[in-house]
Design a binder for this molecule. Structure first.
Ligand code: AMP
Ligand code: MG
Length: 323
């Protein structure tokens, strides 16, 4: 298959809509990372996402809608707290997990989009092009990150091309993604919010609306084999976001301690930043890096999302820099 790259002008948007309406997939920009989109109501189109990415069959997809009204039409139980959060954070990088309505009321979303779970994850992207495509299509889009499964998330069209050239028909090049890190994924339980994947919306921001619990999967190594329970968010597995180089996560008291510890290393990230983190991993790979040393940030604010990505990129290979 030939992969074409188009600008996000009328021609590009029309072509994306044409493909999506005919059951095809297309990579589109969002404010977090590039997404690989398909009609979320069409199981055959959803299947194409899993094949192109090589995505494990137990990792459910996020459904992207144009607004809360569209979300309400999907046959999901949307609690009042979610409506408040939607008012504040949508359009934006907050993904909310909702229960499907009882089996007697048909959920409009096929089981395939959430890998057979009795829930579905929904968000509204804060990106002009993504929103326009959803609106013109008139249906929700399932859109995981547009990378090969397991590799660093794509924040530029070039990254999508490097991973998926020949596997998808179209990439809309909307330039660099603003956030550079994925959405925060939350679930609701008895008026509280549980963070299953930290992201661009911070726990501190959510705390203004409800009690926030950070699930164990966020900071710990929660492989199904190491925890005695079903993972609440199956996509939070052991290895993820990994470049070809080996990543070593470093706990250091200070930046100086990190720099002296890694003085001999060629590839280091002393101060990981959300909007450049994934791009740097790819850039270092392109420069032939064998090892990349990354200083772990404090797991607070956006640092929590970075911390979560770094320990997974490092396959939980964490070392302490000695002073
Ligand atoms: P990605 O789209 O590649 O950014 O990954 C989507 C994330 O959302 C993964 O961590 C999934 O596990 C999570 N997710 C999607 N749907 C659900 C769901 N119904 N329940 C729990 N987690 C979900
Ligand atoms: Mg992903």
């Amino acid at each position: 298959m030939k992969t074409i790259i188009l600008k996000p002008d009328n021609n590009g948007i029309n072509e994306a809509v044409r493909l999506l309406k005919s059951g095809e997939i297309a990579a589109i920009p969002t404010e977090t990372v590039y997404g690989l989109a398909a009609n979320a109501l069409d199981p055959a189109a959803i299947e194409k996402i899993f094949i192109a990415k090589g995505r494990p069959r137990n990792n459910p997809l996020i459904v992207h809608v144009s607004d809360l009204e569209m979300a309400k039409g999907l046959g999901l139980e949307i609690p009042l707290l979610a409506e408040k959060l939607a008012e504040k954070f949508w359009a934006g990088p907050l993904t909310m997990i909702f229960k499907r309505k009882s089996p007697t009321v048909e959920s409009r979303l096929p089981a395939e989009v959430s890998c057979g779970l009795d829930t579905a994850a929904v968000r509204v992207p804060a990106h002009e092009t993504a929103l326009e495509i959803i609106k013109v299509c008139g249906f929700p889009l399932a859109a995981p990150s547009a990378n090969a499964s397991g590799s660093p998330s794509p924040t530029k069209a070039r990254h999508v091309y490097d991973d998926l050239n020949g596997l998808i028909p179209l990439i809309i090049d909307g330039g660099e993604c603003g956030c550079g890190v994925e959405s925060t994924v939350i679930a609701f339980e008895a008026g509280r919010v549980r963070i299953l994947r930290p992201g661009a919306v911070t726990p501190e921001q959510l705390q203004e609306f409800a009690e926030v619990i950070i699930d164990d999967v966020v900071l710990a190594d929660c492989q199904p084999s190491t925890v005695n329970r079903q993972l609440p968010s199956p996509g939070t597995a052991h290895k993820h976001y990994s470049p070809k180089a080996q990543v070593i996560a470093v706990v250091a008291e200070s930046e100086d301690a990190f720099l002296s510890y890694t003085a001999e290393a060629d590839f280091i990230i002393a101060k990981p930043e959300a909007n450049t983190f994934f791009a740097k991993l790819r850039e270092f790979d392109n420069h032939g890096a064998k090892q990349i040393f990354i200083r772990l940030p404090e797991p607070k604010g956006i640092g929590l999302a970075l911390y979560n990505r770094i320990i997974r990129a490092a396959e939980f290979n964490v070392i302490k820099a000695k002073e």
